[in-house]
Design a protein around this ligand. Structure first.
Ligand SMILES: [Zn+2]
Length: 545
């Protein structure tokens, strides 16, 4: 069963990736361009008049759009005072006091104990009695993975796919996530579309991830397409026999892969130590020599290395070879048996993780989200309606949409599945408790969605992850730091975000309750600022799309 669960968990983005190739938007654009380009050489007067009318209509439309955008811009003064909120921010000695925050354009201009008498021409948001925190950051997401609709199913539900992808960036913002990091990009086009959306978080990514040939997660793609889908597949100096003769190994060194990531704007390197699960339980894994090369190439480029590793073997390997961040918690303890506390053999690895200050994404919702598949009341939660478009939510209730639940269960009852997954979650939670007690460097990352599971919904999954972390033993302060400054530092973004300080990007969240008093504060969001733009949570919800 354990193997099965892992397949389910980690198989995540994989199966789905394969038909990324099925997208036809680029060829379509090319066809249109070439059709225009190949206009008949002899053009009639009627053609010229028709073309003139078309150009005229287009320029009128563009002028209209320009005027509209000017009107929108001028209706929104460049400066805003947020008055009277209790400011809670890492690195502020006056954190916890009532302060006033001035936003100018997309930046924070001032944070002061008093406001000027004359605030003419400046927008004012009264925030007395409420709490202002830095915008939250989720550093482990898969923005284009759709719960319950893997790539091969997308062609059957184009409208649901479209509605979901339109809503994803809004759902993250709705829950206060103003920065997200997508760890595996196999097709940059859907991300580019999200970055162009009107309301979206700041989206960063690690570009194409670095599997070994035929290793996780590339084994999910048909063999002949693996290098196309994972162009950053790396040659392992200890196992050159695994590298296909048809590819040029000099373009598949860690250095070459990291250069491609940087060229595409990536800010991190994602790689894997995963022997697999289910059908694929004997996958090749990187050698220590290869991992050291990856770590060196990333260090030279000043970007962190995130390792997919959820077992004691994989996390030991990561510690031994100098990786920067674990992209999962440790819920597979190998030969160690579970009990009410972390066995000494597991503790020894965790101690080294603390000592070396390796970033830790606990991702407890990977397991807890699977448990939700076996909770018959889950889809009735009112917060699910906030993040999933109505038509998709209706479809989620259909028998067809339950395929993943059935596949994971393999005939087991709901109660049996909740119990099995509960034991896995317990191991992950005990690890989190131990690391929290020893002040590990937690980084907030949810792995949304970790697979085609409807238990990991955008934005909401972050709130559920926070609840899991609290239950496991993380303090509210540890959670806030993990989701703000610690994440920003780990990804080299702390010059821009992570605290409420003058000069930083105006990414802010206004809460009705204190995030240092209850985790429910993260469900009391009253306002979000993204790059200085003020949004209300209700406007970001799925039924307002
Ligand atoms: Zn992931």
């Amino acid at each position: 069963m354990r193997g099965r669960i892992f397949w389910v968990l980690m198989g995540a983005p994989l199966a789905l990736i394969i038909s990324a190739r099925a997208s036809h938007s680029l060829p379509t654009v090319r066809r249109i361009v070439s059709a225009i380009w190949n206009l008949p050489k002899r053009i009639s007067r009627a053609d010229v008049r028709a073309l003139g009318r078309a150009l005229c209509a287009i320029s009128t439309l563009l002028l209209g759009m320009l005027l509209l955008s000017i009107a929108i811009a001028s209706a929104d003064p460049a400066k805003t005072w947020i008055v009277g909120a209790t400011v809670i921010s890492p690195e502020r000695p006056d954190s916890g006091q009532v302060l006033h925050v001035l936003i100018d354009g997309d930046r924070i201009e001032a944070v002061t104990p008093t406001v000027p008498a004359d605030m003419a021409g400046v927008a004012v948001v009264h925030a007395e009695g409420r709490y202002l925190v830095p915008g939250l950051m989720d550093s482990h997401v898969h923005l284009t993975g759709i719960p319950a609709i893997p790539y091969p199913m997308r062609a059957q539900h184009p409208d649901l796919v479209e509605a979901y992808l339109r809503q994803v960036p809004r759902s993250f913002l709705r829950y206060g996530y103003t920065t997200v990091v997508d760890l595996i990009v196999t097709d940059p086009r859907p991300l580019q579309r999200m970055r162009a959306a009107a309301a979206r978080p700041d989206i960063y990514d690690c570009g194409g991830a670095l599997p070994v040939p035929n290793g996780y997660p590339s084994q999910n793609a048909p063999a002949e397409y693996r290098f196309q889908i994972f162009p950053n597949t790396v040659v392992d100096p200890a196992h050159t026999e695994n590298f296909p003769a048809s590819e040029d190994p000099t373009t598949h060194t860690p250095r070459a892969a990291v250069q491609r990531i940087l060229k595409g704007g990536g800010i991190c390197v994602k790689t894997f130590f995963e022997r697999g699960f289910g059908r694929d339980h004997n996958l090749p894994v990187p050698s220590a020599d290869l991992m050291k090369e990856i770590v060196a190439a990333a260090a030279a480029a000043h970007v962190p290395v995130l390792l997919h590793a959820s077992s004691i073997e994989a996390q030991t390997f990561g510690v031994d070879n100098g990786i920067s961040i674990f992209a999962h918690g440790m819920w597979n303890w190998g030969t160690y048996t579970e009990g009410d506390s972390v066995p000494p053999g597991v503790q020894a690895v965790l101690d080294r993780i603390v000592e070396r200050s390796i970033g830790y994404q606990a991702t407890l919702q990977v397991i807890a989200g699977l448990q939700l598949l076996y909770d018959s009341t889950y889809l009735d939660r009112p917060d699910v309606r906030r993040v999933i478009p109505p038509a998709l939510l209706a479809w989620y209730r259909s028998d067809e949409a339950q395929w993943y639940k059935r596949e994971v269960a393999q005939g087991a009852s709901d109660a049996a599945m909740r119990e099995r997954l509960g034991r896995t979650l317990q191991r992950g939670s005990l690890v989190v408790r131990y690391l929290a007690q020893h002040h590990a460097r937690f980084l907030f990352g949810t792995d949304t969605p970790s697979g085609p599971t409807i238990g990991n919904l955008p934005g909401l999954n972050g709130y559920l992850e926070m609840q899991q972390l609290v239950n496991a033993g993380l303090s509210l302060r540890q959670i806030l730091e993990a989701a703000t400054l610690s994440n920003a530092k780990a990804f080299g973004l702390d010059g821009q975000i992570g605290t409420i300080q003058p000069g930083k990007r105006a990414n802010l969240v206004l809460l009705g309750k204190s995030p240092l008093e209850s985790v429910q504060a993260y469900d009391s969001i009253q306002g979000i600022w993204i790059g200085g733009r003020h949004l209300l949570p209700g406007d970001l919800e799925a039924d307002r799309q």
